[in-house]
Design a protein around this ligand. Structure first.
Ligand code: NAI
Length: 286
């Protein structure tokens, strides 16, 4: 039978999550997505109204089908963790079962198991602030949404992942090199995500036979990236200075994610793979 993928972090057709969904669908996988609760209504209505139909087109001419969209907030692990103000918040009250544990349970009830888990989400409320000016609360929020969320997803989904399954997340060069402007503790969050990729590869590999990797992607003008404020500059910088002087397309990251999620990558785990036109390898811009 074909593989089934759960992709956390799809709320429009502009980001990496959407491109990964398309690449996996093109390779024959069934697609489930987890969409951030506050973005759910607009994503679902846009899908319904055909706003994404142009970008739903796959290489073979068919349209991307999403078997089910699950509301998700990956900063909450279980219902007990949800504070009253969120429970009663107008944007959350219309949905239910959106904590990580509940989503994994719903996927289990609806489909039984998955083979591919994708973490394509991040959030840093103080991302525009330098690290020196970042509050403790903002720093911990960045780590909670962008790093711990991967641990949590794997924790609750691993038991319903078939042996040989794969988990992939998205990271960024700012984890290891200074990228001025990528603030709020987001650089720290990506460093944690990459370190956790190694430890989780060991633990989930031994316990479940699951591979765990991360893709370090080059700059893309997604919704999340535009919120940081200097994405156009980063795209221009990469095109000027990377070994491959072209703009990165989200599909290139989608294809790499499909490879990592496939049996072609059956011995690759605990790795951070660069999909960035080679920018990471430059020591001096020329
Ligand atoms: P995006 O805006 O398409 O994706 C981020 C998603 O995270 C959004 O759909 C948002 O709704 C969701 N999200 C935020 N908080 C959430 C929460 N608590 N629970 C569930 N979902 C939540 O933007 P993009 O850029 O495609 O981001 C995907 C991943 O790629 C992120 O990890 C990002 O850091 C990473 N990345 C992005 C780069 C870029 O230049 N755009 C470069 C390298 C990595």
């Amino acid at each position: 039978r074909g593989k089934r993928a759960f992709i956390a972090g799809v709320a429009d057709d502009q980001g990496f999550g959407w491109a990964i969904a398309k690449a996996l669908a093109s390779a024959g996988a069934e697609i489930l997505v987890g969409t951030w609760v506050p973005a759910l209504n607009i994503f679902e209505s846009s899908l319904r109204r055909g706003k994404f139909d142009e970008s739903r087109k796959l290489a073979n001419g068919s349209l991307l089908e999403i078997a089910k969209v699950y509301p998700l907030d990956a900063v909450f692990d279980t219902l007990d963790d949800v504070p009253e103000d969120i429970k009663n918040n107008k944007r959350y009250a219309g949905s239910s079962k959106w904590t990580v544990q509940e989503v994994a349970e719903s996927v289990k009830n609806d489909f039984g198991s998955i083979d591919i888990l994708v973490h394509s989400l991040a959030n840093g409320p103080e991302v525009t602030k330098p690290l020196l000016e970042t509050s403790r609360k903002g720093y911990l929020a960045a780590l909670s949404a962008s790093s711990y969320s991967y641990i949590s997803l794997l924790k609750y989904f691993a038991p319903i992942m078939n042996p040989g399954s794969s988990a992939v997340s998205l990271t960024y060069l700012a984890s290891e090199k200074i990228i001025p402007g990528y603030g709020g503790g987001m650089s720290s969050a990506k460093a944690a995500l990459e370190s956790d990729t190694r430890v989780l590869a060991f633990e989930a590999g031994r316990k479940y036979g699951i591979r765990v990797n991360s893709i370090s992607a080059g700059p893309l003008g997604s919704r999340a990236a535009k919120a940081i404020g200097f994405i156009e500059k980063m795209i221009d910088y990469s095109a000027a200075n990377a070994p491959l002087q072209k703009e990165l397309s989200a599909d290139e990251v989608g294809n790499a994610a499909a490879f990592l999620s496939s049996p072609l990558a059956s011995a690759i785990t605990g790795s951070v793979i660069y999909v960035d036109n080679g920018l990471n390898a430059m020591g001096l811009a020329v």
